[in-house]
Design a protein around this ligand. Structure first.
Ligand code: BDR
Ligand code: CA
Length: 311
């Protein structure tokens, strides 16, 4: 199996990404979950990561607390999307499984140095603060990372937190800038693709009818989460942003994109946090990211349902 670390700010869609990884032990060896402030403040993202692992009965997962605010800015959160707890939609028991000693950034650095170079994949699905802090503190790890498969950014679909920016990048653009300039191979899941991974009634019913506790919980989460997109954008359902990263690790064949240059706007008055994606390759700048634009949504939901059924 591929060794991965999920860096996350759960979030209902983060929860589904984590569950998809936990449901796929043959392909994915989850070395740890590192939590970051994002959708909700850090204490809640740590709590939520534990709730999610306990829901799946995986209480031996290593969970680490990371950075509680962006590198250079105050934290912006997204309770307007995810609710007060970050996991609104169903009430689950308070978690009892432990949080590991030590900081998430130290865990990232130590793991990347301890494992053979080129064997560990990072899956960041929140603001990039922990990853950028690790890269800044230990520049040697950049060359040891197999790949960074992240959810963030947008190009043709532009912004969901400002007209120009996607939430994860906007919250910590300085961190994103460090990651996109790091030289580590990047696979980017922007809104362009995640807005195609949309729930609908049949897809949510399929989750709800699964035996066990996980499927119905996921259905409750997506029911809650989709209200926002339906009311705000008139969209058909909820975009399952974050699970696109783990799904790409399992089934890269259902995604397509382009290897292009992507830079982060860190100064723009109106465009702060924009992912400036050179889709038409007009800049002459070297490609640094596989920027994904499309997914076979039927294949994506079939994979998700089949895997969640295993938990
Ligand atoms: C991203 O922002 C968060 O609200 C979601 O969890 C996802 O990671 C989408 O813009
Ligand atoms: Ca997230």
């Amino acid at each position: 199996p591929q060794k991965i670390i999920i860096d996350t700010d759960p979030g209902q869609d983060d929860a589904v990404a984590i569950l998809l990884a936990l449901a796929s032990p043959e392909e994915i060896d989850l070395l740890g979950i590192t939590c970051v402030a994002g959708n909700v403040p850090l204490p809640l993202t740590i709590k939520n990561a534990r709730i999610i692992c306990e829901l799946a009965g995986k209480t031996d997962v290593k969970i680490f607390a990371g950075c509680d605010r962006p590198i250079a800015r105050p934290l912006v959160t997204a309770e307007h999307v995810h609710g007060k707890t970050g996991l609104d939609g169903i009430t689950l028991p308070d978690p009892v499984m432990p949080v590991q000693d030590g900081h998430a950034v130290d865990f990232l650095i130590e793991t990347l140095r301890a494992e053979p170079a080129g064997t560990v994949t990072l899956c960041p699905i929140g603001p990039l603060t922990n990853i950028a802090t690790a890269l800044t503190r230990a520049p040697d790890i950049a060359a040891r990372i197999k790949q960074i498969v992240l959810m963030g950014g947008a190009y043709f679909e532009v912004g969901n937190i400002t007209p120009a920016a996607e939430f994860n990048i906007y919250v910590d653009p300085e961190a994103a800038d460090i990651v996109f300039r790091s030289g580590a191979p990047l696979v980017v899941m922007p809104l362009d693709v995640t807005h195609k991974a949309l729930t609908n009634a049949a897809r949510v019913d399929a989750f709800r009818s699964l035996p066990g506790r996980v499927g119905p919980a996921v259905a409750s989460w997506t029911d809650f989460f989709e209200r926002f997109d339906k009311e705000k954008y008139g969209s058909e359902g909820a975009p399952l942003h974050d699970p696109c990263t783990v799904a790409w690790l399992l089934r890269p064949d259902i995604f397509s994109g382009r290897h292009i240059n992507v830079m982060i706007e860190t100064k723009g008055e109106f465009t702060l946090g924009m992912t400036v994606a050179d889709w038409w390759r007009v800049s002459g700048r070297a490609p640094n990211a596989q920027f994904i634009g499309d997914v076979d949504a039927e294949g994506f939901f079939a994979l998700l349902t089949e895997r969640l059924a295993r938990l």
